[in-house]
Write a protein that binds this ligand. Structure first.
Ligand SMILES: CC(C)(COP(=O)(O)OP(=O)(O)OC[C@H]1O[C@@H](n2cnc3c(N)ncnc32)[C@H](O)[C@@H]1OP(=O)(O)O)[C@@H](O)C(=O)NCCC(=O)NCCS
Length: 172
């Protein structure tokens, strides 16, 4: 896959599970603290598990971003459902284009699958990032973690640009 500023994207593999989990945990702990209460962040992180990524019963497109040999972020899309399910960048790489590069590649997967809209539940800290990338605010939402803890988030979506390419079925 493409490279941008020394950044390389590739599909995630099973051996990445532990690193995906570590990136996810670190991003939430470092970047979501200001907008969520400490008990919300700790509950969120406690529920993450390495085996929760790349589940065989939930086929998804998961892309990882590497700078050199180091994994610096990942994102996940359910292209058939038109849902961006995850996008996380290691704290020390924030603001250097990793999230935007991953997002563009995941959007491209969704547009090529033919969905007209891509939706997501943005965490409150990430809402400006998605707005910057053309997503519009639909409504406030809640992501239930446990019976007691529900994370406030924002339901957003982006319409497939008229210029986006779509993979046509192969002609016989
Ligand atoms: C949100 C996140 C994925 C962004 O990734 P990133 O690599 O820092 O973002 P980039 O550097 O690619 O892009 C930042 C661009 O968005 C803009 N932006 C606006 N608000 C922003 C915000 N709150 N956070 C990050 N970027 C923001 C920047 O100005 C920048 O624009 P530019 O490229 O035109 O200068 C990353 O900060 C992250 O992992 N956050 C914690 C986890 C999280 O909340 N993930 C989303 C779950 S829904």
């Amino acid at each position: 896959m493409g490279a941008a500023g020394g950044l390389h994207l590739r599909p995630a593999r099973e051996s990445d599970r532990r690193t995906l989990w570590r990136i996810h945990t670190r991003a939430v702990e470092a970047l979501c603290v200001g907008v969520y209460a400490p008990h919300e962040v700790s509950t969120w992180v406690r529920l993450l598990r390495p085996e929760g990524y790349l589940r065989p019963d939930k086929p998804r497109t998961v892309l990882v971003a590497e700078r050199g040999r180091r994994m610096v972020g990942f994102g996940q899309v359910d292209a058939r459902a038109g849902e961006l399910e995850a996008l996380y960048v290691v704290p020390e790489e924030v603001g250097h284009g990793v999230g935007s590069t991953l997002l563009a590649a995941l959007e491209s997967v969704a547009w090529q699958a033919g969905v007209p809209l891509l939706g997501l539940d943005a965490s409150l800290n990430a809402e400006p990032f998605y707005r910057h990338h053309g997503y519009v605010w639909l409504h406030a939402a809640r992501r239930p973690l446990t019976a007691e803890v529900q994370l406030a988030c924002v339901r957003m979506q982006k319409r497939r640009p008229a210029t986006a390419s779509r993979l046509e079925p192969a002609t016989p």
